[in-house]
Ligand binder design. Sequence first.
Ligand SMILES: *Cc1c(COP(=O)(O)O)cnc(C)c1O
Length: 421
Amino acid sequence: MKLVSTRTPGLHATFMAAVQAGLAPDGGLFVPVELPRFTDVPELLKLDFPSRATEILHRLLGGEFPRAEVEALARSAFTFPAPWVKVDDRLSALELFHGPTLAFKDFGARFLARVLALGAGDRPRTVLTATSGDTGAAVAQAFQGLPGVQVVVLYPAGRVSPLQERQFATCGGNVLALAVAGSFDDCQRLVKGAFEDAELVSRLGLTSANSINIARLLAQTLYYFEAAAQADPGPLVVSVPSGNFGNLYAGLMAQAMGAPIHAFVAATNANRVVPDYLDSGAYRPRPSVATLSNAMDVGSPSNWERIHARFGGDHGAMVAALRWGSCTDAETTETVVALDRAGYLADPHGAVACAVLRAHLHPGEQGLFLATAHPAKFREALTPALGREIPLPKALSDLLAKPLLSEPLAAEAEALRRRLA
Ligand SMILES: *Cc1c(COP(=O)(O)O)cnc(C)c1O
C-alpha cells in the first residue's frame, strides 16, 4: 500500500514507514494513494471476522508482508467480537467495546502494536502517548509484553478516573506510566516537544500511537464490514460518535472499498466544529468544552484533514455525502435513560450517536449506531440519572486490586528528556 501526505502530493511512504513515522514529515497526515474496490464483497461478508480481516489486510498490505504474517497478526489482534444488538424496530447498536480495555480503541491499538513489533528489527522503538483516558489504556494493554517496544503513557495526575488510571498504570514491564503534574494540554505539549527533538526521536525510535497513525484507522475499517455482514437487507445508515474523526474516516475508507453502507451520520457532542463547518462552510477550530462524552471533547479534530482531503476540499461534496448533527449533555442523558427503559444500556458516546441518528434516519432505512465504550466506564456520571448502579465487568473490577506503578513527572520538557534518556 502506497501512502501520500495530505499536504504534499509527491510525498509518498510505504505502509511500514508511515506507521513508524506517525505524522508525515511536512506535518500532514498519511492517506492511501488509492483504495482497491472489492468485487467479491458478498463472499467477504460470509467470512468470520479474523478470516475476513486477514483477506482484506492481505489485499491492502500484501506487497509488504507475506500472507502468513498478516494472518498471524489479524488472528492475534482481533480476538473479540463486534456484535450487532437490536435496540428497536429501526435502530441497532454495533458494540465495539468487547476488547480488553472495553472501548473501540482496542481494535486500532492492538493492530498498531503488532505492526510496530514486526518492524522493530533490532532497533528499539518507543511509543510515546498522552492520554486523558481511553487511548492510554488501549495502547498500554496492546503493547504490554511485546518485544522491542517500550511504551510511555503521560497523563495528568489526578485528572483521569481511578479506573482509567488503573488500566494503564498497573501494567509494569515495558509500559511506563508518568503522572504529570499538570493538565492534559501539558501532557500533549511534552509529547510534541519530544517529537521536535530530532536526537531523541532517532535514538529512542520515537513513534506516536494516537489516531494520526494510519495503522489504527486501517484496522477500524474491518468492523464496518462486520457491521454489513450482520445487517438485514436494505439501506444501512451508520452513525459514528466523533471527536478526532478517525473513526468516520475509517468508515469512509471501508465504504470506498465496497462495504455496503448507504450513508454515514457524523455525530458530535457540544464540540460542534465539524457540524458547524458542514452547516456554514467556515472551519473554525476552537477550545474544547467538557461534556459527558469526554472522549469526544475535541476542539481541533486532527483527522478532519484526512476527510477534507478525501473530498478534495469540496464543501458541497461533503454536504452531499454526509448527514450530521450534535447532541447536548441533557439530550445525551435523556437518550441513555430512554434506551435503558427500552432494555438497552448505552454509554454516553453511543447515546450521542443514537440521538443524532434518530433525527436523520429516513423511512425504509435501518439505522446502526456505534457503541464505542462500555457503559460501566462512565458509571459515576450515569448512576444518578439511571437510578441504579451499573455493575463492573470483571476486566475492570480485577484492576481495583492491582497496585499503581506510575511515577510522578514535572510538566517540563527537560524532566521528560531526563526520564527517557
Ligand atoms: C476516541 C473515542 C471516540 C471518538 O473517536 P474519533 O475517532 O476520535 O472520532 C468516541 N467514543 C469513544 C468511547 C472514544 O474513546
